[in-house]
Write a protein that binds this ligand. Structure first.
Ligand code: NAP
Length: 442
């Protein structure tokens, strides 16, 4: 490194789990970072709400005036780690308009405002990087935007939310029900006080939108993603899944669909699904994340690691900071996103998947054929049926549980079938309907 190089100034907005780790790395690894960038990387200030002298950063580095910090002449890169949409959006737009490069970990923002922010970066001819917004430390945005830029990505299926993966792994390994697994996750710090964003799939849907946009070179926002959470998954579902050689995972799936006429569409969806135990995603347990990519020429790729946490997320943020700093030292910007494809989004009703339907029925002759007839009427082909008798508290037979696994069917056909089943006198209850992903049996 030439020590004469003009330093690259950095403003970090946010000093929480991730921001404090980013500040630590900038300070602790100053010499290495300077050597990698070709110029010193200098922290100019840190934006927070609470300016105090107990924050592990000299108080004169702290400010609650975000706009003033972003606008400083000696700030070249703004690292946004405050979270939710505002004031992060305003700060990022202001930085981009002032021709500062931006690095963010903010998936909620990137999933709703990516077009607006990308346009502002394009206009200012600066970098906008967001590797940490999906799957924490795991490099997935850069492989999709750069390493696979010459290939055609067909499908991305990810476990991108550590909280729900921890809960589902616990339910699978201990037989716990959803509430106790959630309580465990909270006690261990894996679930927030209000776990809605995680357990209802909002967080995974934001990441699915980002992944689909990048993988298919088209604009997908969180509103385009079909979303179902894990709150209704039961120990009985896990028992049935096991019997079928599967486990249950909350998946974010992004798929390129080609019609018989060659028309391409994109599907982005989040839901709990049965996954065969021999699928690579089935062995991703605890709070870990993984992203499984299928590309035309590359075939199957799997990215695995820590999807959250201050230090792992800071690793991804710092990768972006170093890239953006190098680009500035060299007087340019890095590869930008390409959103040329403008592919329509496919409604969930048209998406074909396999299904698992778990229901309680009366223990009477002819029940199975009545149930099968409803599937057949809507051309939903049955791959497998399992039936077990049920007994009440006195040990008396009180019905049967039927588990049906279908071949591929559209969501619309399956929904109609389930509605018709629920109307049958012999069906006591539909206990659950889950999709099955990652099987070769179509
Ligand atoms: P956090 O611990 O809640 O920290 C947020 C920080 O932002 C705090 O230092 C807070 O200041 C500051 N802040 C919030 N609103 C502000 C405002 N209006 N003005 C000035 N400062 C403000 O959040 P985090 O966990 O570090 O997450 C940061 C970002 O990274 C989020 O977008 C999150 O989605 C993303 N992310 C986090 C993880 C993870 O594992 N934590 C993983 C991937 C991505 P005070 O400290 O003064 O309150």
């Amino acid at each position: 490194m030439s020590s004469d190089e003009k330093p690259v100034g950095v403003a970090v907005l946010g000093l929480g789990n991730v921001g404090s780790q980013v500040v630590r790395i900038i300070e602790d690894s100053a010499d290495d970072l300077a050597a990698r960038i070709g110029a010193p990387l200098v922290l100019r200030g840190v934006g927070v709400r609470r300016v105090a002298d107990d924050r592990g950063v000299p108080i004169d580095m702290l400010t609650d005036n975000i706009e003033e910090l972003v606008s400083r002449d000696d700030v070249d890169i703004v690292v946004e780690l405050m979270g939710p949409v505002e004031p992060a959006r305003k700060a990022i737009l202001s930085a981009l308009e002032q021709r500062k490069s931006v690095v963010t970990a903010n998936k909620a923002l990137m999933a709703v405002s990516t077009g607006e922010l990308a346009q502002a970066a394009e206009h200012a001819h600066v970098d906008l990087y967001f590797e940490a917004s999906v799957a924490g430390a795991i490099p997935v945005i850069r492989p999709l935007t750069q390493s696979l830029a010459g290939d055609t990505v067909l499908r991305v299926a990810g476990i991108v939310n550590g909280t729900t993966n921890y809960i589902l792994s616990e339910m699978d390994s201990t037989g716990a029900d959803y509430d106790s697994a959630l309580a465990d996750a909270s006690a261990l710090g894996y679930a927030e006080a209000d776990p809605t964003a995680d357990v209802e799939g909002y967080d995974a849907a934001a990441k699915a939108a980002i992944l689909a946009s990048i993988a298919f070179h088209t604009r997908v926002t969180a509103a385009d993603v079909h979303r179902e959470g894990i709150t209704n998954v039961s120990p009985a579902d896990f028992a049935s899944a096991r019997a079928l050689g599967c486990t249950i995972k909350l998946l974010a799936i992004c798929e390129r669909l080609t019609s018989d006429e060659g028309q391409q569409r994109v599907s982005a969806r989040v839901y709990p699904a049965l996954v065969p135990l021999d699928h690579p995603l089935a062995s991703v347990n605890g709070a870990f994340n993984a992203v499984f990519v299928e590309a035309e020429a590359a075939g199957q790729l799997m990215f695995y690691g820590q999807g959250a946490g201050g230090a792992p997320t800071a690793s991804a943020v710092m990768g972006d900071v170093v890239m953006a700093a190098r680009n500035r030292v060299q007087g340019g910007r890095g590869p930008r996103e390409s959103k040329y494809a403008k592919l329509p989004i496919s409604p969930i009703g048209f998406i074909p998947t396999r299904y698992y339907v778990n229901m309680n029925v009366s223990d009477l002759p002819g029940v199975l054929s009545a149930v099968s007839a409803e599937f057949a009427k809507r051309e939903v082909s049955i791959a497998e049926v399992r039936q077990e008798g049920m007994v009440d508290e006195e040990g008396q037979r009180c019905g049967a549980r039927i588990v049906v696994v279908t071949h591929q069917a559209t969501d619309a056909a399956l929904s109609e079938t389930v509605a018709a089943l629920a109307d049958l006198d012999v069906v006591q209850s539909i206990n659950s309907v889950l999709r099955m992903e990652g099987t070769t049996n179509e």
